[in-house]
Design a protein around this ligand. Structure first.
Ligand code: SF4
Ligand code: SF4
Length: 125
């Protein structure tokens, strides 16, 4: 399945990007109305990150900017979920999204909005 980020910029507001002096959970200064303002020169960290939705997993409607949940994994199973807005996974729609990822991927680790991304694992989903 071929997908593109389109209007989604969800991951740009999550992890720190040291080369840009961008801390965790802050908006990147290069985000603009059409996506990344430095797309051709974006840092390596950005080039290397593909969320599971972009890789073709999960339903179309779970694009992270719509669902508020980014799923990422470097393996065949399991996933780290990142909440992109405070309280998303406490909402019925957010919880339903989380459960879809659990059904698809198995064990989840949840990083709530603003939590310590330096920790090896988040809370069990
Ligand atoms: S969260 Fe996924 S779909 Fe959204 S911009 Fe990042 S890689 Fe693309
Ligand atoms: S440099 Fe571009 S791709 Fe990377 S976080 Fe900033 S806006 Fe997103």
């Amino acid at each position: 399945m071929s997908r593109v980020c389109g209007p989604c910029q969800a991951c740009c507001g999550v992890e720190a990007i040291p080369s840009l002096d961008k801390p965790d959970w802050t908006r990147c200064p290069h985000q603009c109305a059409v996506g990344c303002g430095i797309h051709a020169e974006r840092p390596e960290e950005c080039r290397e990150f593909d969320c599971l939705w972009l890789e073709g997993h999960g339903p179309e409607g779970d694009r992270p900017d719509l669902s508020g949940v980014i799923a990422w994994s470097s393996g065949d199973t399991g996933a780290h979920l990142f909440e992109t807005r405070a309280g998303v996974v406490a909402s019925p729609a957010g919880r339903a999204c989380l459960e879809r990822w659990r059904a698809l991927r198995g064990p989840l680790r949840l990083f709530r909005y603003g939590s310590d991304l330096g920790a090896a694992t988040g809370e069990p989903g």
